[in-house]
Design a protein around this ligand. Structure first.
Ligand code: AMP
Ligand code: MG
Ligand code: MG
Length: 309
């Protein structure tokens, strides 16, 4: 083989390092203590200085090296010059050494869409539930989520001072997912994970319809996928509009790489092309195994309330 690595590999290799830098920004803002909280849409939809700085860093860094890629970030920010200290020029060398799956080896830069959630779990970040926080960079091609990077900036924070903080997970469909140890949950127990801060009657009704043995209420879409791949939950059930494409793109890839599935409540896949609407209107159902069981339990009332795109 000759020539430079496929653009998908190069983009993931950059996104890996860019997500690490964003994670560092998220830690530093907390450490300095001035969170700069803004309510975007009431007290349950917050933005902090960390969300703003991390998004600036991610978008400016990726667009410098991949100017033809469409990049869509969660935060609405004024177009302004990004200072050089926010730019990350590095990449993960070990990702470039991997073989790009054949179906993506000829993909062009302008055919890729990047969905950026600079800080998923902002509410939890402001409340000190730090391991709920992730930085999400998802990559889509032909409407499909095909690659993703998840940085968890405060991984290990409960271990106290001296512990190595943070980790980065990444994956490409057809290649695999890396940066964590896959663990299957208990066979004999249904553990459902769902929102802790965006619940309502339908969300609760749908969780109960799954007949769970246990319900794990944690923040963040990225964090809930981590619960699935590390065996702490069997299904992520969120029967409500609320998550957006940047919440699900990267997590969906990591989950799919280990044999899982993420759909809306009707068992339909979400589309991630550049023109799609941002809201995941028909909810999120994600599982590592037994997706059909959970789909079969979704009540008719939920299906009527949440229409697929
Ligand atoms: P949660 O499971 O509540 O932590 O939500 C996962 C992601 O979806 C986070 O980025 C939330 O901000 C977002 N989200 C979920 N529900 C809503 C909502 N009702 N309004 C705004 N954002 C939401
Ligand atoms: Mg989010
Ligand atoms: Mg966010």
């Amino acid at each position: 083989m000759s020539g430079s690595p496929a653009v998908v590999l190069r983009l993931v290799a950059s996104a890996y390092t860019v997500a690490e830098k964003a994670g560092d920004i998220v830690r530093k803002v907390l450490h300095r203590g001035e969170l700069g909280i803004v309510e975007k849409d009431g007290a349950n939809d917050l933005q902090t200085l960390a969300d703003r700085l991390a998004q600036k860093s991610i978008c400016a860094s990726l667009s410098r090296h991949f100017p033809k890629v469409t990049i869509i970030g969660e935060e609405d920010l004024p177009a302004e010059e990004v200072t050089e200290d926010l730019i990350e020029n590095g990449h993960a060398e070990e990702i470039l050494k991997k073989m790009c799956p054949a179906e993506y080896s000829g993909v062009k830069e302008e055919e890729l869409v990047v969905w950026v959630d600079p800080l998923d779990g902002t509410k939890e970040y402001t409340e000190g539930l730090l391991d709920n926080v992730t930085v999400l960079i998802g990559i889509a091609y032909a409407g499909r989520a095909i690659a993703g990077v998840i940085n968890q900036p405060f991984y290990n924070y409960q271990l106290g001072p001296g512990a190595q903080l943070g980790r980065t997970m990444w994956g490409i469909l057809g290649l695999g997912a890396f940066g964590f140890q896959l663990q299957e949950g208990p066979d004999d127990k249904r553990i459902v994970t769902t929102t802790r801060s965006h619940s309502n009657k339908i969300v609760t009704e749908c969780v109960n319809a799954m007949e769970p043995d246990e319900v794990v209420r944690v923040g963040g879409a990225g964090n809930k996928i981590i619960q699935l791949i590390e065996g702490k939950a069997s299904a992520y059930v969120f029967a409500s509009p609320g998550t957006k494409k940047w919440d699900t793109c990267a997590p969906e890839v990591i989950l799919q790489c280990v044999g899982g599935k993420l759909t809306d409540m009707h068992n339909n896949a979400y589309c991630y092309d550049a023109k799609v609407k941002h809201l995941n209107s028909a909810g999120v159902l994600a599982t590592l195994r037994n997706h059909d069981y959970y789909i079969s339990r979704v009540p008719q009332s939920v299906l009527r309330a949440l229409k697929s795109d």
